[in-house]
Design a protein around this ligand. Sequence first.
Ligand SMILES: [Zn+2]
Length: 351
Amino acid sequence: MTHPPEDPRVRRTLQHLADGREIVFFDRPGAPERVVDDPRPLSALHPAVDIRIDPVLDEPVVIASHRQGRTYHPPVDECPLCPSTDGRHTEVPTDSYQVAVFENQFPSLWHHGRCEVVCFSSRHDGRFADLSPDQVDLVMSAWIDRTVALGGAPEVQQVFLFENRGAEIGVTLGHPHGQIYAYPYLTPRTARMLEVARRHHDENGSVLADSVVARELADNVRIVARNEHWVAFVPYAARWPVEVHLHPRQRVPGLPELSQAQREAFPALYLDVLGRLDRMYNAPLPYIAAWHQAPVREGRDLLGLHLELFSIRRTATKLKFLAGSESAMGAFISDVTPEQVAQRLRDLARP
Ligand SMILES: [Zn+2]
């Protein structure tokens, strides 16, 4: 993995919470110093995490039985992701922050692997779509830092960055935040993508991700938005009622390998797409935003960085639930054509 050069526009501060967990602040120079004062009587984490292999599918399943007790839809004045204020101590024990990343108190992965929380902003009622391009750039600095740091651990095979947004898809904390999972194995999805990419390369001599982007640009009927360095499109065989993939037009394995020009071009396009999603039903669209990065130790020349953004909302009042065909058989059935969805999203450009 490539270590990006030190960025003089980012100040990184590592501190520790009361139970020893790491918290890292990412600030623009000139912001107040971040000094953690965490008097909470927390004992060190001993989560019960067991990784079992399903013998039938040969796929890992994490059994994390301690997570049943995690914080569930707390009221705003008990939000654990807001900065600490007088007398109330949160997971971010400073009086303000720009971007903060800390180890999850209720991790799904532990010892082998790690789970972290990324607070995009100290504003409780903000949305990612409300961030300025400069704030998105600072979040990207945090993502890149964590990809390199976690990917450098010998047991980690894959670093997954994602945001779940909306109670409809199971978000238990309203504060705008994302998560990072550093897996000690290849996820079933990535393992399958790598297998297909290898086969494509053997048969065609080309890289599948490049062929996919080239096809979308040539077909030109599912593209939602683009700029010089990125393209956002509804995939040819979209599974979800709303699904948009963002690819850099020049393939790289992960966020740390983005060129400066690619990186600078991302925030505007992503904010544009998120704005369109929230205009679909004139309400914040519940979504999952999933960064696919190549695994840490294999397939780095075969899999390309891209963001898969999708929603379970299929109308203003209806959600798509994964029922028999999808849940039991993994066989998706979509009620809309990808071309229709792309047209709708093109029409929802910022007025
Ligand atoms: Zn909050």
